[in-house]
Ligand binder design. Sequence first.
Ligand code: TEU
Ligand code: CA
Length: 548
Amino acid sequence: MKHTWWKEAVVYQIYWRSFYDTNGDGYGDIRGVIEKLDYIQSLGVDVIWLNPVYASPDADNGYDISDYEAIMPKAGTMTDWEELLAQIHMRGMKLIMDLVVNHTSDQHPWFVESRSSRDNPKRDWYIWQDGKGEKQNEPPNNWRSYFTPSVWEWDERTEQYYFHGFATEQPDLNWQNPEVRHAIYAMMRFWLDKGIDGFRLDAIALLAKKEGFPDAEEPSDIRYLCNNPGIHAYLQEMNREVLQHYDIMTVGEVAFVGPEEGLQYVHEDREELHSLFHFEVADEMPRWDLVRFKHIQTRWYEGLKEKGWNSQFLNNHDHTRLVTRYGHDGEYREASAKCFATLLHTLPGTPYIYQGEEIGMTGVTYDTIDAYQDIAMRNKYAEEVGKGRNPTQVLAELQPLSRDNSRTPMQWNTKKHAGFTTGEPWLPVNPNYPHIHVEEALENQESVFYYYQSLIALRKQHPVMIYGDYEDLSGDHPSLYVYTRTYEGEKWLIMLNTSDQPVRFELPALYGWQIKHCLLSNDTKAQHIQRLDEQLMLQPYAAGIYSL
Ligand code: TEU
Ligand code: CA
């Protein structure tokens, strides 16, 4: 595989509104990110992915953009943003911006014009359809959106429906219209010309819509929203017009694909995107299932091998924190955080760390729906309760995967609101902040933070961690994950116990192999392992990286 900086990089995701507040309004801000850059740099990461900071009425926390070329006042000013970019570059790091081009806000002037009359020149910038039925007052088809029961919203003034793949406040742009595409490309160049280092492309698999909007047999299976014919022509055009003219990285959010279809987006010969997030884990595996996880990893490794590049992430601003969802957020919080960190950094693909993950932050449970801000959760709650279901039960069902689990403010210290703000935080701080916070992590040599730091440092020294071949040796063992990475004569063995029970085992696949040394481990007992044909014992959530 060609060597490139973005394959070698480790990315740190900043959900700025929950990172650090410098003016006491309860929202993190760009100046807060600037103040904490030394902290981020000390972890060793190369690239920062910044969640959307564009002007937005904030119905979906910035994913509803009303002006692509302005900064949301909550986040700061363009001058702040320019200083952020300069400060990131000064430290030798890079910045990628979150780009939302599938939809805009319903407050974007393009949409305001589009909805003003049927013959407005911007009418065709969005997707408008007549209603069905005798009175033309039924939605054009039965599709669901990500966040609402229908993708169609009735517009009183012009008596047509518009299409939205997410909330009603997020109308989808009409990518069939070349004027739309060229306006988007010009906007992308605006940011690239300011010197940014790439994009995380939001919901990119949704750009092309299925011709004719046919009814779905099973409307709850919303795969019809993604990966439709035409998507690759758009991405190739975007690449030709914009992306290939800059030394940048691109990572696309591509839901509902396996490796074969995923490769269409990232094949090095196709000139579309560099890498992708697939959602076979985040969206399709609600609870930890190691056997399934191993199959996913093996399939993607083989599917992309020598052809395209993957990403590894175990949580982000949409998905419950990894210790709570996959590991253990009680007794084994630190051990499980380190165990999953080992996975993240030693599997093939670029690792993404979501703010707070590096100190083992956990999910939250609020007692009332009013405490939740997540529009996806609030809409779903209203829908289910609207059917007459028991509100307490609905709340309990939605809590574990609520997006607010990962959106609580960063825990900096033991001061009020974890030192995140001097005002009232927009979302309550996790009550466990007195024990889980950055100050503690930096004082404790055994902390999750330093473990991440070591993993990142290893990546800088050992190309095997990036370019090495991958082989799983542990088959369908339900808690043990043992695999090798091999590159130019260097062979690494990674051994993990992803359960809260100790595991004793012998693996014939390892017979005859000798460990040269242990590069990193969270398991003091396993560090004494020498010969691999003896009985081995891994403590709960033990993880180790060994060279053979
Ligand atoms: O998310 C897309 C989305 O629907 C995710 O919730 C889902 O888990 C997966 O990504 C499938 O694509 C993006 C943003 O990350 C999210 O915060 C926004 O709400 C959404 O797009 C709409 O812009
Ligand atoms: Ca603020």
